[in-house]
Design a protein around this ligand. Structure first.
Ligand code: PEP
Length: 257
């Protein structure tokens, strides 16, 4: 199973800066180890510029692109929304669904997230479903019910035979996102084991092969330890992905050449 090293640029970077960062990253990861994949989730407005920058650097297979969100319809009167088809048209292969900022700031429900997940997959995108508990939920011993509810509803419309490479889960404890507070190895091991056991029940044939990423204040300094943990099959990186140099150090974390 390849490690999936993903960057979430959130609402940062205009066209020039995005294209430059994509080009810089392409140069830095040109010797990408064969056991890793890289995906950039960039703002919608910069996807095409990043695609062109990566193509002209000959790096479109090395660094893949994804949208940070999508609407579950092919087209229609959904002002302000972007469809999976539009993401494919911009050169995307992936989409992020259910990021905690969308759940908290835009009131996205598990049911709506589930619809996006199923529709994006059926449209031909690879989906990264984000889940994670708040501090109050963790302190209130709600970790398992919260993660299991987010998984059950988020994956409700996903076909049982979904190919393992088309679906990934990003475990992002809300209290660790953008806070500088990283979950401890036992926190990560516990949550990822719980997610793995859910996936094995939900997808008996390929639940073992679905990738589970950790996200939350990942930096070049802590990435090697995080990706060495059981059931950690990659990372989703926000703040530390904005600089190509720091993200490339995360991409190579723990790799011995
Ligand atoms: C994220 O936005 O998905 C994230 C993990 O952010 P950060 O790395 O900044 O905590």
């Amino acid at each position: 199973m390849k490690l999936l090293m993903a960057a979430n640029w959130k609402m940062f970077k205009k066209l020039d800066e995005a294209a430059r960062s994509a080009r810089d990253l392409a140069a830095l990861v040109k010797n990408l180890p064969p056991d890793r994949e890289v995906v950039l989730f960039t703002p919608f407005t910069t996807l095409r510029a990043c695609f062109e920058a990566l193509s002209s650097a000959g790096a479109q297979s090395l660094v893949q692109l994804g949208g940070q969100n999508c609407y579950p319809a092919r087209e229609g009167a959904f002002t302000g929304e972007i469809s999976p088809d539009m993401l494919l048209d911009c050169g995307c292969a992936h989409v992020l669904v259910g990021h905690s900022e969308r759940r908290a700031l835009f009131a996205e429900s598990d049911d709506f997230i589930g619809k996006k997940c199923a529709f994006a997959l059926s449209s031909g995108l690879k989906v990264m479903l984000c889940i994670g508990e708040t501090l109050g939920e963790r302190d209130g011993a709600m970790l398992r019910p919260v993660l299991e509810r987010q998984l059950a509803e988020g994956l409700a419309g996903v076909p049982d035979a979904v190919p393992a490479e088309n679906l990934a889960i990003a475990y992002e404890p809300v209290w660790a996102i953008g806070t500088g507070r990283v979950a401890t190895p036992p926190d990560i091991l516990g949550a990822h084991a719980l997610i793995r056991s859910f996936l094995k029940r939900r997808f008996p044939t390929q639940g073992d092969e679905l990738r589970i990423l950790y996200g939350g204040s990942v930096k070049p300094e802590n990435a090697p330890e995080i990706i060495s943990l059981d059931n950690v099959n990659g990372v989703l990186v926000g703040g530390a992905s904005l600089q190509a140099d720091s993200f490339s150090r995360i991409v190579f974390a723990g790799h011995r050449s």
